[in-house]
Design a protein. Structure first.
Length: 88
């Protein structure tokens, strides 16, 4: 949630109204969640506090982005255990 807020703040501070979004690995998860947030706001007709319309993402590229966080976390835990067993 905080990372999404940070991304929105960055877009606002850079005054980007139209942009292309590239997310690699965790950044891809963030990009996907950002687009979901924007879509949900669009359905409700919300506007930003200053009355401006929301920023517009023209395209998105997701690169090496995990599609299943539970599986990703399990893989990380398995790798960690494997490394701990190798290092006495």
């Amino acid at each position: 949630e905080r990372s999404l807020d940070d991304l929105e703040l960055l877009l606002k501070k850079l005054n980007l109204r139209r942009f292309h979004l590239y997310g690699h690995s965790y950044g891809g998860i963030l990009a996907f969640e950002y687009l979901k947030r924007v879509a949900e706001r669009g359905q409700s007709g919300e506007e930003e506090e200053d009355g401006d319309h929301l920023n517009k993402c023209l395209s998105v590229i997701l690169s090496s982005t995990p599609t299943d966080m539970e599986e990703t976390i399990q893989s990380i835990n398995d790798l960690e255990q494997s490394l701990l067993q190798q290092d006495p």
